[in-house]
Write a protein that binds this ligand. Structure first.
Ligand code: TNX
Length: 529
């Protein structure tokens, strides 16, 4: 239930003003002190404290630039977050007065904010977020959310005051690619679950959502020319549940929802291994022509498309054509990992062929880093998921121009257990506590890779043991914000001592949002009753 505020807000402000100095007033004042501008995850590139604080007034408006539907949408999104908890009307206006909350678009190039950066200036009169792009405004809005009291995230009317400390933040990302991956193949996750995760990722300025759409245990994206892939291949999952899949319309709904959070969907069709669901659906994809049985276990590396068969090439062409057509983003991920039962010559030939097909349908190819052992095409991107950092072919490919997304499994894999007590997750890459998720540098994690080859970072969440939103959140929080900071914040700001404090301050926000998280003993969480 949403409550309109006029009366309670008035009473509250009178109430606070009228309370004389009393022992509990000091505590109330401390609680009401605005959060420091540095208390943001990912930590901003630069913060300058200023004079007086800003307090959101009940009659404030959200000012957006005229003629920019994108900026207006960001304004509506912000209003949608602030209205239920503040109870304020917060109308959008294109009136250019600089008071209240102001979203401003600057000339491209002005302000040095780049494609995704922003400036946030907070004074007693206004909070002004300015950026050259609406993506920058959106990221600035995420910062503003974190500077307001945690209760601003509640769906119900909350206690203010809705105050933001005075000063200026100038912020832009270290890396252009800041991703999260969700495996919807091992256990299927519904559109609603994916949208919920998208909202959580947006808070930490993640801008790519990689969906692992196919694997041995299930095929989760409808392909019109191959209906059995989902009708049969999507009918189960790990442990034998009923599985599921996205229709084209549902997939496009996810894509649109992600776009509204400034996130690009990266679809992955994992090939030539991890294909049991396809091999079960269409016998012709097997060398012996016989369809395999559906699989609901968690082994890896046992399946392969039959590379030499023309039927396989036709299949790959059909699938890539359709996935490319329903995906507006530039990327198509072809998997390529753990093809342990594909012969080496077949693997190299297959990767060559698939890269050509992806290019023909106008997309940039991404593959797990094993594709660097074949011949990555010009423009190809490899996703590093090793643990050692000494993989020679990755360095050689990077030196020759292949760009890299860094997902070192011993730091960035959200499905690793935190410690031996963690009830879900895996441990093949080692237990991964929060500090380990945070303490690594994408520029140096693989020996011999030029820093300029690193496009960004990604936090994969494999779902062999993950069945619902609560389990997704338990593994992603608090490690996802750690990877997000590694991807966004300048290397010079990297500090575990600072991060653990700022991370702890996020917890009341997660509680307000209903996010399930792991209370790592490494983080000084505030007391919660
Ligand atoms: C390795 S990472 C895999 C996945 C598993 C994951 C479990 C990668 C490219 N392949 O198939 O789900 O480990 O942690």
């Amino acid at each position: 239930m949403r409550r309109r505020s006029v009366v309670p807000a008035l009473l509250l402000s009178l109430g606070v003003a009228a309370v004389p100095a009393a022992p509990h007033a000091a505590a109330a004042a401390a609680a009401a002190a605005p959060l420091p501008l540095t208390q943001v995850v990912p930590v901003p590139a630069s913060v300058r404290a200023g004079g007086g604080a800003f307090t959101l007034a009940e009659d404030a408006a959200i000012h957006v630039p005229a003629g920019s539907p994108g900026a207006a949408a960001v304004g509506r999104y912000l209003a949608g977050i602030l209205r239920p908890s503040t109870g304020y009307g917060l109308p959008l206006t294109t009136n250019a007065r600089r008071e209240g909350i102001v979203l401003a678009l600057t000339e491209p190039g002005a302000g040095n904010t780049g494609a995704e950066g922003y400036r946030l200036q907070s004074t007693p009169r206004a909070v002004v977020i300015s950026a050259a792009t609406t993506a920058g405004l959106f990221h600035g809005v995420q910062t503003l959310r974190q500077l307001l009291p945690a209760s601003v995230e509640r769906e119900l009317y909350g206690l203010g005051p809705w105050t933001v400390a005075g000063g200026t933040i100038a912020d832009r990302p270290r890396y252009a690619y800041r991703g999260a991956m969700l495996d919807v193949a091992r256990h299927f996750h519904t559109v609603q679950q994916v949208e919920r995760y998208i909202d959580q990722l947006a808070l930490y300025k993640i801008n790519r959502l990689h969906l692992h759409l196919t694997d041995d245990q299930g095929w989760r994206i409808a392909i019109a020319s191959r209906p059995r892939l989902t009708a049969y291949g999507g009918s189960t999952q790990v442990g034998g549940g009923t599985g599921g899949y996205y229709t084209t319309a549902e997939y496009q709904q996810i894509v649109r929802y992600a776009a509204s959070r400034y996130m690009t969907v990266v679809p992955e069709i994992d090939m030539p291994g991890h294909t049991n669901a396809a091999l079960a659906s269409y016998g012709e994809l097997n060398c012996n022509g016989v369809p395999r049985a559906l699989y609901t276990g968690t082994a890896v590396g046992f399946s392969s498309l039959c590379v030499p068969k023309p039927a396989t090439t036709q299949f790959v062409d059909d699938v890539i054509r359709e996935v490319a057509a329903m995906t507006p983003g530039p990327y198509l991920h072809i998997g390529g990992d753990e093809a342990r039962v594909t012969g080496r010559a077949d693997y190299v030939a297959f990767v060559d062929r698939v890269q050509q097909i992806v290019r023909r349908y106008g997309k940039t190819v991404i593959g797990w880093h094993q594709i660097t052992g074949a011949d990555p095409a010009p423009g190809a991107i490899a996703q590093y998921w090793g643990t050692k950092g000494d993989e020679e072919p990755v360095a050689v490919a990077a030196q020759a121009g292949t760009r890299l997304i860094m997902s070192p499994a011993n730091h960035a894999y959200l499905d690793m257990k935190y410690d031996e007590e963690t009830p879900i997750g895996q441990k093949w890459a080692g237990y991964t506590e929060v500090q380990k998720a945070y303490d690594w540098n994408p520029a140096t994690v693989v020996r011999g890779v030029p820093a300029s080859a690193v496009l960004g970072v990604e936090a994969p969440l494999w779902s062999e043991t993950v069945t619902d939103s609560s389990e997704i959140e338990y593994l992603a929080f608090p490690r996802l914000p750690a990877i997000a900071e590694v991807g966004w914040s300048p290397a010079a700001t990297h500090s575990w001592a600072s991060f653990r404090q700022r991370l702890a301050a996020q917890a009341p926000r997660w509680t307000a949002l209903g996010i399930n998280y792991y209370r790592s003993p490494q983080v000084p969480w505030p007391w919660t009753g």
